[in-house]
Design a protein around this ligand. Structure first.
Ligand code: SF4
Ligand SMILES: [Zn+2]
Length: 371
């Protein structure tokens, strides 16, 4: 069980992610103005004790989510923040998570003895779209912080954070859609894309919630509030490296005829063909040998949970199977997920490997007919 500490309440909208801020929505529903920032009665919650003289917040509480109805680095709270740092320093037995959209104010807001950061404090920078990611994350990565997390919520578009993840400094990424009656849509492809980036860099990923308007396979779904988190959980798309968690993802392989029809429509995929040399090689070796090569290549280059060099592991020429892989989108785990729905982040089982080899061999057979 985690706990929440809200030392002050109310906030000022800052960026696109704030448009439908839940603090504003909740306050409006009770006739309150969320733009008025006030210190709360819980300001000193970490120091509060019960009648037995024990701290109310104990380490068993798990994480203390700090300042969830405002922003910890809000200008309006400058005079109250030092007191919070004093309490946080004192309660080093707790784990504090501070989520902010104002990471650019961090340095001017830290206490004098912050040094390289405090072990029990995790800073979470949110970035709802690419612009915010490209502004906030470079700042975030330079700050003296012991534990860093990124939160893309509400996720408003595709986000490429690969180069930031490559720093090795981001410990965790969370993605989710927006809730509320004016919620903006969240496309599952954006979630899958960030997840794949996390897999490539072995960073744990949490698909927290679908949001109220969720797009999957081009269809828009309205998800009621109470189902937004359970649906995300049910999808199995959260990821912890090396745990086999992606094995629980339920998916359906495409029909072969539909797949080949779709591949034909792709200018990129349909430009691949066997060369004269490739054809001679297939004729010389025979289909069974080529199939055994395909089995080996799929096993060695694609089947690991996080294959080495994923996205770049398949040469553009040199073996008929390589050509078949590009032509059929079996070249890397991203393409296997996008085209064949085989989730990234899992070890390919024998059925999946056989399916891929089958697709490759079908394509090669078709090419061999067209002499
Ligand atoms: S920073 Fe957070 S709390 Fe403040 S307005 Fe934006 S979404 Fe709301
Ligand atoms: Zn690929």
């Amino acid at each position: 069980m985690n706990d929440i500490w809200n030392p002050w309440h109310g906030c000022r909208k800052l960026s696109p992610g704030c448009a439908n801020c839940y603090v504003y929505r909740r306050d409006e529903s009770i006739g309150k103005d969320a733009s008025v920032v006030t210190k709360t009665g819980d300001y000193d919650l970490p120091m509060k004790k019960d009648r037995h003289g024990q701290y109310k917040l104990t380490a068993d509480a798990g994480v203390i989510y700090t300042c969830m109805t405002s922003d910890f680095f809000l200008e309006e709270a400058d005079e109250w923040r030092q007191g919070c740092w004093d309490m946080i320093r004192e309660r080093s037995d707790l784990r504090f998570h501070i989520i902010t959209k104002r990471i650019d104010r961090f340095e001017q807001c830290t206490p004098p003895d912050w040094g390289g950061g405090w072990e029990h404090v995790t800073i979470c920078s949110t970035c709802e779209d690419q612009d915010r990611a490209d502004y906030r994350l470079p700042i975030f990565l330079k700050l003296p912080v012991k534990h860093r997390e990124v939160i893309c919520e509400p996720m408003l578009g595709e986000i490429d954070m690969e180069k930031y993840l490559a720093s090795g400094l981001i410990e965790h990424v969370t993605c989710g859609g927006e809730s509320g009656s004016s919620a903006r849509p969240c496309d599952f492809r954006w979630i899958q894309d960030v997840r794949r980036q996390c897999i490539r860099h072995a960073v744990p990923f949490y698909f927290k919630q679908t949001g109220a308007v969720f797009i999957k396979d081009g269809r828009t779904y309205r998800i009621e509030r109470k189902m937004q988190m359970p649906q995300a959980k049910k999808s199995g798309y959260s990821y912890t490296p090396g745990t086999g968690c992606a094995d629980s993802i339920v998916y359906r392989l495409p029909e072969r005829a539909e797949l080949f029809a779709e591949l034909k429509k792709s200018g990129f995929r349909s430009r691949f063909h066997l060369s004269v040399k490739d054809r001679e090689y297939v004729t010389e070796k025979g289909a069974e040998t080529i199939r055994s090569h395909a089995c080996d290549l799929v096993e060695k280059r694609l089947s690991a949970e996080n294959p080495d060099n994923d996205g770049k592991q398949t040469p553009m020429k040199g073996h008929p199977v390589f050509l078949a892989q590009h032509a059929t989108a079996c070249c890397c785990r991203s393409c296997l997920e996008k085209w064949h729905h085989i989730p990234a982040g899992k070890v390919l089982n024998s059925e999946e490997q056989e399916y891929i080899v089958g697709v490759l061999m079908d394509w090669i057979a078709e090419e061999m007919k067209n002499v």
